[in-house]
Each structure stands twice: as C-alpha cells, then as structure tokens.
Design a protein around this ligand. Sequence first.
Ligand SMILES: [Zn+2]
Ligand SMILES: [Zn+2]
Length: 146
Amino acid sequence: MTTSSVDQQIRSRLGDAGVRYTTGRQRVTSALVASDGPRSAAELQTQLGSAIPLSSLYRSLAVMASAGVLAPHHGSQGVTRYELAEWLSGHHHHLVCIDCGSVDDIELPDALEATLHELVDTVADEGHFVALGHALEVEGRCKACK
Ligand SMILES: [Zn+2]
Ligand SMILES: [Zn+2]
C-alpha cells in the first residue's frame, strides 16, 4: 500500500461525495498509511505535530468516515479511532489492549483466514444467519502493558 495510490483512490471517492481533499486531509491519509492500527484524533495530532487544530482533525475524520474512506473503531474506553476503510487497506483483524487501549492491526496468513471463514460460517449457521463479513477483535495486553 503506497500513499500515492491510496491518495488517488481517496481523492476520487471524496470527489464523488462532493468533499474537498484538503492538505490537512491528505496529511491524515499519510499518517494513517504509516500507522499500524486505528488512531484517535489526539494520537494523529501528536503524530502530525500540532500544525492541525484538534477541532479540524475531528471534522476531517468525521467527513472522511461518512464518505466511506475511513472506518471508525469504537474502543472500550469510549475513544473512537479511525483507520483506512478495508477496501483501501485490505482485510485484517485487531489486537486490542485492555490496559492502554492501543489497537494494532493484524493480517492473518491465507490458510488461517480460511479456517476463520469456516468457523464464522459455522457460527452463522447456528444462528440461521448468512455471514457476509467478519471482524476479529482479540482483547488482551500489548507488549508494553504485559
Ligand atoms: Zn497496552
Ligand atoms: Zn485495523
């Protein structure tokens, strides 16, 4: 995933939604491409330096999420973090730390992902449900907290 190809796809999607792809929003994209998991507005501000006011970061994140280029992740401690939508970043899962709240992306090898699909289908069948997707959240303690 390169910033320039993601940039182009985001620019075109935002254009379709009638949303301007401002310099601030482009910086949000680069920061998220460089991140290994969802980031909150405050975390992004730290990453970007204080050049972008927090209020404008909140607004950019909300606008980009409603245009479908970012996906919100609602943390257990009431913090909303954002990441690139899966059509941009690829399918992955999350490791969520119950102490510090950090969220890390994890991609499974194909064989493991296939096993997970089977498991999800079995669970769905049990509930007379048709599975269209899934997201695995593993809760525990991160390297820094354990
Ligand atoms: Zn932690
Ligand atoms: Zn993620």
